[in-house]
Ligand binder design. Structure first.
Ligand SMILES: Nc1ncnc2c1ncn2[C@@H]1O[C@H](COP(=O)(O)OP(=O)(O)OP(=O)(O)O)[C@@H](O)[C@H]1O
Ligand SMILES: [Mg+2]
Length: 283
């Protein structure tokens, strides 16, 4: 049974084609109209794979922008899958483990506890933060006149966050409690009268990553899974952002992994959820 998993995110639309045993392919498109994004992603995916629409059973659609989609796209039934379920199931599947806290760092950030119990996968929404790729892009526009995340990160690579962030060492002159002198005490707390755009970009990457890492650590710790944090979403595909996310997690004693294809976790989870529902009906 072939299923298209669709993830209608705040920034990108992801589509994957899967069966019970295999992921056949995946694609990302960016389009503002939801139907154009969905139809475009599915058409692109199937064309690249040389698969006919008639070979596909249904579309499992998730993500914040799935609501405006019609009940059928290109003749295929669209089944809506709860985004939290899709994030949890997809993240756990990609990680190859039985339990963890999945952090989906996209335009915004969702944090989901997930545990496999026999054949069932139990998913619970722990919370999240509005800080994500959208924050990088929006503040990039205001402060740097750039909205493209790649371009902001490129600029950041030429800057140094220590020129804008106040560190523990700057204040105390040494470590304090758990915190080593290099740890950020105040994001943008050291901004002077003259600051380079490169340093502002580096400070933004640092702040967005550190907020996501810190919030994720404490959410995971609240359910005893701080050593099983699974990072997914488009934002973690950017190395410098990932490093900033990992810093507080490691500092506080947590552990996080990034599975292969992190940006496709939600689309894969949506498809897997529908496959499970369909096979339990058949069984
Ligand atoms: N091919 C791509 N096209 C556009 N953005 C990409 C691509 N690959 C990675 N990205 C990164 O992914 C980020 C968005 O992450 P993601 O696609 O997970 O968010 P989303 O699912 O649209 O948002 P949300 O889950 O919050 O609704 C972009 O800002 C960009 O940095
Ligand atoms: Mg998403």
């Amino acid at each position: 049974m072939l299923i298209v998993g669709l993830d209608m995110g705040g920034t990108t639309t992801k589509a994957v084609l899967i069966s019970e045993s295999k992921i056949y392919g995946k694609t990302v498109v960016v389009a503002s109209d939801p139907l154009a994004a969905a139809a475009g992603a599915i058409g692109k995916l199937l064309s690249e794979l040389g698969i006919l629409m008639s070979e596909v059973e249904a579309i499992a659609s998730s993500g914040g922008k799935t609501k405006p989609l019609p009940p059928k796209i290109l003749g295929l039934d669209v089944v809506e899958i709860d985004e939290i379920e899709a994030v949890g199931v997809g993240g756990l599947f990609l990680s190859g483990t039985n339990e963890g806290v999945v952090v989906s760092a996209g335009t915004g950030t969702a944090i989901v506890e997930v545990r496999r119990d026999g054949n069932r996968t139990l998913v619970r929404h722990l919370g999240g933060t509005g800080v994500g790729a959208g924050t990088l892009s929006g503040l990039g526009r205001l402060l740097l006149r750039r909205t493209n995340v790649n371009s902001i990160i490129e600029l950041a690579s030429k800057g140094d966050p220590r020129n804008v962030d106040l560190t523990v060492g700057d204040i105390v002159g040494g470590p304090i409690g758990l915190l080593t002198p290099d740890v950020t005490a105040s994001n943008f707390g050291k901004v002077g009268d003259v600051v380079s755009p490169e340093d502002v970009a580096a400070g933004l990457v640092n702040m967005v990553g550190q907020v996501i890492g810190t919030v994720s650590f404490f959410a995971a710790k609240s359910v005893g899974l701080h050593d099983r944090i699974i990072l997914v979403g488009g934002l973690v595909t950017h190395e410098p952002v990932l490093r900033a996310i990992l810093k507080p997690i490691r500092l506080f004693g947590g552990k996080a992994t990034v599975p292969k294809d992190p940006q496709f976790a939600t689309a894969i989870g949506a498809a897997l959820r529908l496959l499970t529902d369909k096979s339990s009906l058949v069984g």
